[in-house]
Design a protein around this ligand. Structure first.
Ligand code: NAD
Length: 502
């Protein structure tokens, strides 16, 4: 069991009533509905958002279309867009504590962790601002005397963005500044569970000077507010982060209009450990990788693939270290693991654990629900004797559950790593860099960490293979993903290759 930090009463915390941002105005839902969000750590209402419907999505898309076609944003120079994005980054930094508190209380995440996420987001906005000035195409001066070829990059148009609840501010920051850098107009729909920080971002963007209609933020459920965002004829691209199931639905919907789709989906990420690894460093990374954000993380290192010779030692050391992790009140700065997002999700995690146990896995530590009297919390759980065919080894549990599998040869480890449908990230641990590179090149995933876990930088692209998604966020790719290419094929001098001659 971890060190428990019982949540303190939420005294002096004012419930926030939000509105949606459409065409530069703060508005209620047309049908008047309101969604209440209760803190998953305390069980009391902390935010209210408009319950948007298709009618609200319709007017947000219309505003985005109108603003894009009018050209007020897309026709600005890269330097002008960059300056506004830099101002937005400064304003995010100045409101970092307010944003951190909102994400902590709506998502149940530890406040000290969210502070790091907001600081990371500020860095991403600044990086995207730099790309706004550096977006460029190609030229071909190699096509002969009579031809010059120029390949332009143009903003793709209206982009809809749908985001999940697990990193509310960070994930919108992996999409929106890059689309804005490219010159797009956007409709953003955050998760109905954690919309607060995205709505505050709307206030920040208006203050920074984004013209009305360029960023619209609608709230509500996926079925009501979200559905039109992947089907409407005026949307040119859908950028989605969330579950693989909903991603599949969005891709099918977008296919009707042949829209461009970028998908950041689930993961079941292997950590492959060889006997010569720095085990002190690895044990800490394993506990962090599995239990960070209560395991509600697409990148969670939820599948340990350990060499047989070290498996028993590693398992007992992970169990011992996880007892020192502080679990509980997200608002206590010492807390490292907070609440589970909803009672339904807590139940789903428990069902995975009992299913694994019935299938023959051993619960080495944890396995139960933590009862603080309110909120939803889960023990940090370690399962050994897991086999590659078990659901807990193949499916995304999205909770603090670590499954241990074993291998004898590198080929076997690679085979286990690649034997599931996901391919988001993986890590390889060995002091022999040949081993790291050989294994890392054969594991099919978008990011491979070597002797580390869950590090990143705005410069490094992030995204998945196979059912973990398509397209890449961050890096240069991020801004280029929000563009179309246009070829200018220019003839120089009189055109001599006439088809019909007199
Ligand atoms: P989810 O798929 O349930 O919801 C994501 C978003 O989609 C929400 O805003 C939701 O309202 C919306 N939505 C739901 N149905 C919709 C529909 N029919 N049309 C339009 N929008 C719809 O995911 P979640 O539970 O919020 O988040 C957890 C999932 O997100 C996990 O699977 C996790 O792996 C994934 N995720 C992936 C990444 C990544 O970068 N690969 C990052 C974070 C989370």
């Amino acid at each position: 069991m971890a060190v428990l930090v019982a949540p303190k009463l939420l005294t002096g915390f004012a419930v926030r009533d939000f509105k949606m941002l459409i065409n530069g105005e703060w508005v209620a839902a047309l049908e008047g509905g309101v969604l209440e969000r209760a803190a998953p750590s305390h069980g009391v209402t902390v935010s209210r958002y408009p319950e948007g419907t298709k009618a609200d999505a319709e007017r947000a898309i219309a505003a985005a279309r109108q603003s894009f076609d009018a050209g007020g944003w897309v026709n600005k120079t890269g330097a002008e867009r960059s300056n506004i994005l830099l101002k937005a980054a400064d304003l995010i930094e100045s409101r970092a504590e307010e944003l951190s508190l909102l994400d902590a209380i709506e998502a149940g995440k530890p406040i000290s962790q969210v502070r790091g996420e907001i600081a990371g987001a500020v860095d991403i906005w600044r990086y995207a601002a730099a790309l706004a000035r550096d977006l460029h195409g190609e030229s071909y001066n190699t096509l002969g005397d009579g031809t010059l070829g120029v390949v332009l990059r143009e903003a793709i148009g209206v982009v809809s963005m749908i985001t999940p609840w697990n990193f509310p501010f960070l994930i919108v920051s992996q999409k929106l500044p890059f689309a804005l850098a490219a010159g797009c107009s956007c409709v953003v729909k955050p998760s109905e569970l954690t919309s607060g920080s995205t709505l505050v971002l709307g206030e920040i963007l208006i203050e920074a000077g984004i013209p009305a209609g360029v960023v619209n933020i609608i709230t509500g459920t996926g079925a009501d507010a979200g559905a039109l965002l992947s089907t409407h004829a005026d949307v040119d691209m859908v950028s989605f982060t969330g579950s693989t199931g909903v991603g599949r639905l969005i891709m099918a919907n977008a296919a009707q209009g042949l829209k461009k789709v970028s998908l950041e989906l689930g993961g079941k990420n292997p950590q492959i450990v060889f006997p010569d690894a720095d085990l002190d460093a690895f044990i800490d990374a394993a506990v962090f990788g599995a239990y960070f954000n209560a395991g509600e993380c697409c990148n969670a290192g939820s599948r340990l693939i350990l060499h047989k010779d070290i498996a028993d030692d590693v398992v007992s050391r992970i169990a011992a270290l996880s007892k020192k992790v502080k679990l509980g009140d997200p608002l206590d700065p010492q807390t490292q693991v907070g609440a589970i997002i909803s009672p339904q999700h807590l139940q789903k995690i428990s069902t995975y654990i009992s299913g694994a146990s019935q299938a023959g896995a051993t619960v080495v530590s944890g396995g139960g629900i933590v009862d603080f009297g309110a909120g939803h919390f889960m023990e940090l759980t370690l399962l050994s004797d897991v086999t590659a065919d078990m659901a807990v080894a193949r499916e995304e549990v999205f909770g603090p559950v670590l499954s241990v599998l074993t291998f004898e040869t590198a080929e076997e480890a690679i085979h286990i790593a690649n034997s599931i449908d996901y391919g988001l990230s993986a890590s390889v641990w060995s002091r022999d860099f040949d081993t790291c590179l050989t294994v890392g090149r054969k594991v099919r995933a978008g990011t491979i960490w070597m002797n580390t876990f869950m590090d990143g930088a705005p410069e490094l692209p992030f995204g998945g293979y196979r059912q973990s998604g398509q397209g890449r966020e961050l890096g240069r790719h991020a801004v280029e993903d929000f563009t179309e290419t246009k070829t200018l094929n220019m003839h120089i001098g009189s055109r001599k290759t006439l088809w019909v001659c007199d």
